[in-house]
Design a binder for this molecule. Structure first.
Ligand SMILES: C[S@@+](CC[C@H](N)C(=O)[O-])C[C@H]1O[C@@H](n2cnc3c(N)ncnc32)[C@H](O)[C@@H]1O
Length: 322
C-alpha cells in the first residue's frame, strides 16, 4: 500500500503540470530573441510564479502551458517570415550581410536608435492628432489579478499601435501604479516609452486638470456621440478590464467629477451582435484609425473590431453632436 491520499495525488499532479509548464517556458526563454515576446512571456511566467505563492489552479497551469506553446508557434512563424524576407531581399540583389553589419554597428553605437527616434519625432510633430488621450487607470482595486494582467497587455498594444501610427497622439496613463505598473515595468523598453510620446503618472488627470471643460470621458454608456476630435481637448479612455462585471463605472466617475462624456458612433454605422462595450485598446485603435483615414468612422470601426464582434455595416442615422 502506498499510503497516498487523494489530496497527495492531486497535489502531485498539480506539481507535475507546473513543472512541465515551466520547463516549456524555460526552453522558450532560451530561444527567444524578439523583445516583445520576451517581455510578454516574462510577464505571464511571472504571473504564474506570483500566483504560485498564493494558489495555482490546474486550469491556470494548463492555460499558461497553452499560452507558452502558442508563443512558440508565433516565434516559428516569425522566423519563417524573416527567412522568406531575407531570401527575397537576396534575390533582389541586396547585400544582407553588409546591411546587418551596418544595423549592428548602429545598435552598438546608438546611432541607429537615435536616427529612428529622430524620424519618429518628426512624424509626431507633423501628426494631425493635436488632441491628447489619457488612459485612466483608476480601477485597479476592482479588478482581479488576471484582469490587471490583461490591462497591462492592452496598454502595451496601445503603445505599439501609437508607435507605428501615421498620426501618433500624445498618450498618458494616469493614476498608474500598483500591479498594473509592475506588469508594465517587466516589459523590456518600458522606460523608453516616453520617447514615443507615451507617458505615465500616478496623478489623476481629472483632479489635476483645472479646466474640466477640456476633458471628455469616452464611455459606451454616454448619451452623446463623438463625431470628431478637437485639438485642445483631452479624451479619456477607462483603463479597465472587467469582462462586463462592473456596470457604468466610468460614466459614474465622469458624472461625479462633472466632466463631459461621449461614446463612439457605433450605432450610426454598425450593428454589433455581441454588445458595444469595447476593450480599451480597441477604442484607442479606432481613434487612431479615424485620424489615419481622414475621418471615416465606419472604416475605422470595421478595420479594428474583431471578427468576434460580428460587425455588420448599417446606414447612417441622426446624431447628437459633441
Ligand atoms: C472594457 S471597457 C470598460 C467597461 C466598464 N464596465 C465601464 O463602465 O466603462 C474599457 C473602456 O473602453 C472605453 N469604451 C468601451 N466601449 C466604448 C464605446 N462604445 N464608446 C466609447 N468608449 C468606449 C471606455 O472608456 C471604457 O471605460
Amino acid at each position: 500500500m502506498s499510503g497516498e491520499t487523494d489530496t497527495d495525488t492531486k497535489e502531485k499532479e498539480k506539481q507535475e503540470l507546473l513543472e512541465r509548464s515551466n520547463a516549456v517556458a524555460t526552453t522558450t526563454n532560451k530561444r527567444r530573441r524578439d523583445e516583445d515576446v520576451t517581455s510578454a512571456s516574462a510577464t505571464a511566467t511571472d504571473s504564474i510564479d506570483k500566483k504560485d505563492d498564493v494558489k495555482v489552479s490546474k486550469n491556470q497551469i494548463k492555460r499558461h502551458a497553452k499560452w507558452v506553446r502558442k508563443m512558440e508557434v508565433n516565434k516559428r512563424r516569425k522566423d519563417q517570415e524573416k527567412s522568406i524576407k531575407i531570401a527575397k531581399a537576396k534575390a533582389a540583389g541586396r547585400d544582407i550581410a553588409a546591411e546587418q553589419e551596418y544595423m549592428e554597428k548602429g545598435r552598438k553605437d546608438g546611432s541607429g536608435w537615435a536616427k529612428r527616434n529622430e524620424k519618429w519625432l518628426e512624424r509626431f510633430e507633423k501628426s494631425s492628432s493635436k488632441h491628447q488621450i489619457y488612459l485612466d487607470c483608476s480601477f485597479e482595486e476592482s479588478m482581479t489579478y488576471s484582469e490587471i494582467n490583461s490591462l497591462a497587455t492592452q496598454i502595451r498594444y496601445c503603445y505599439a499601435d501609437n508607435k507605428k501610427a501615421k498620426n501618433p497622439v500624445k498618450v498618458t496613463c494616469s493614476r498608474l501604479s500598483g500591479e498594473t505598473l509592475n506588469h508594465l515595468k517587466n516589459i523590456m523598453g518600458f522606460d523608453q516609452w516616453s520617447h514615443r510620446a507615451f507617458f505615465h503618472t500616478d496623478k489623476d488627470i481629472i483632479e489635476t486638470n483645472n479646466d474640466k471643460s477640456k476633458l471628455i470621458y469616452l464611455t459606451g454608456d454616454s448619451e452623446n456621440i463623438l463625431t470628431k476630435f478637437e485639438d485642445d481637448k483631452i479624451y479619456i479612455i477607462g483603463g479597465i478590464v472587467d469582462r462586463s462585471r462592473l456596470k457604468r463605472v466610468t460614466i459614474d466617475r465622469a458624472q461625479k467629477c462633472g466632466i463631459k462624456t461621449a461614446k463612439l458612433p457605433i450605432d450610426d454605422y454598425l450593428h454589433l451582435s455581441s454588445g458595444k462595450a469595447l476593450t480599451s485598446n480597441h477604442v484607442f485603435e479606432i481613434l487612431l484609425k479615424y485620424q489615419e483615414n481622414g475621418g471615416d468612422w465606419k472604416k475605422a470601426l470595421l478595420d479594428v473590431l474583431p471578427k468576434k464582434k460580428e460587425a455588420i455595416a448599417i446606414e447612417k442615422t441622426t446624431k447628437i453632436l459633441i
